[in-house]
Design a protein around this ligand. Structure first.
Ligand code: SF4
Length: 348
């Protein structure tokens, strides 16, 4: 049966293949039919489907690959598919285009941006450089192609410490755009850096107060914390104070969290990042218990990619993301400089 053309809608009001509103949570009703049509259209378009760890469960479950932004982009560059459909946010699709310039890159919703990436512009980087001749700019992968093009080296949350530690002593350093990740790196390396005052509203919203309360409620649980979180400092402080055993507290990228989940056995983990990751963690280890430190930690941009928008994207080839060649070339240099330092591991 061919599904009806999907109307525009939101994550809460989906219309599926003749079955009325489709749930997008754990309820699977309508999933198989929808997924079969997605797969058929993807084959027709010679498309590889990539889904970030924070996407809705249905999107994660239909994708060819689920992971963090950089790992997905590198995977896309290695695949033979003519088209890359990136279910994530805009800067992630740009990164895929930078690494795979000869492919068509599509996103199901062009409005899916990122409040963290939006805190810094290419002009902002140029302004800093004017006051810091010879300075080095380190850009987290959560940045636009234009900002990457103005930067010297990129980093992920997995290798940010390694990248900064590899820089020559002497020149001024600007770390952007996430201040929590920047503080974590400055603390870990002892390097003085200018840190861009950007934050992700989702991660910054996970507060130290919530963290302390949740840890007190579950004293046996492992704690998995993304370094963009507002509670990272608090987690490390609790470790320093002896309130959290260091062996049970882990500051990890989303890919690092999935790896940690596989090693958890039938244990229990509290997770401080966007709640979409819980679906991947539970898939990686169904025997363990995973709970969000904050149920409110939901990225509205990530949830803009709905099942109906993915169908439309595949049917109509909407929406294409492009990066002009000059910008892509300079941005690629910054990404390659990061890879030369060592394994980039995972980003957000
Ligand atoms: S969770 Fe934050 S950093 Fe990630 S895409 Fe959403 S707004 Fe950006």
């Amino acid at each position: 049966m061919t599904p009806a053309a999907p109307p525009a809608g939101t994550a809460g009001s989906l219309v599926g293949p003749g079955a009325g509103p489709l749930p997008v949570g754990p309820d699977r009703e309508g999933f198989d039919e929808w997924a079969a049509e997605v797969r058929r259209l993807a084959r027709e378009r010679d498309a590889v489907l990539l889904a970030h760890n924070y996407q809705l469960p249905w999107i994660q479950d239909v994708a060819d690959h689920v992971g963090d932004s950089l790992a997905l982009s590198r995977l896309a560059a290695r695949s033979d598919a003519r088209t890359i459909v990136f279910c994530g946010v805009h800067f992630m699709a740009e990164t895929a285009k930078i690494l795979a310039p000869d492919r068509t890159v599509l996103v199901p919703d062009l409005e899916a941006g990122c409040s963290l990436a939006d805190t810094v512009t290419a002009q902002g980087v140029r302004d800093w450089r004017e006051g810091h001749p010879g300075g080095i700019v380190v850009a987290y992968v959560n940045t636009s192609a234009a900002v990457k093009a103005e930067s010297d080296v990129c980093c992920t949350s997995s290798n940010a410490v390694e990248v900064v530690a590899s820089l020559p002593e002497g020149p001024d350093v600007l770390f952007l755009p996430d201040m929590f990740l920047g503080q974590h790196v400055a603390r870990s390396t002892g390097r003085h850096m200018d840190i861009w005052m950007g934050e992700c509203h989702v991660h910054a919203g996970i507060s130290p107060v919530q963290l302390r309360r949740r840890v007190a409620e579950s004293p046996g649980a492992e704690l998995l914390v993304h370094p963009e979180c507002g509670c990272t400092t608090s987690a490390l402080w609790l470790v320093g104070n002896g309130d959290l055993p260091p062996e049970r507290t882990h500051v990890l990228s989303t890919a690092g969290m999935v790896d940690a989940a596989k090693r958890l056995g039938s244990g229990h983990a509290l997770v401080a990042t966007e709640t979409g990751i819980l679906h991947q963690l539970r898939r990686a280890n169904p025997a363990a218990t995973f709970e969000a430190v904050s149920d409110q930690a939901e990225c509205r941009f990530m949830k803009m990619t709905t099942p109906e928008k993915l169908l439309r994207c595949l049917r109509e080839g909407l929406y294409e993301v492009d990066v002009d060649e000059a910008t892509a070339r300079r941005a690629r240099r910054a990404v390659e400089a990061m890879v030369a330092v060592g394994s980039p591991g995972g980003g957000e």
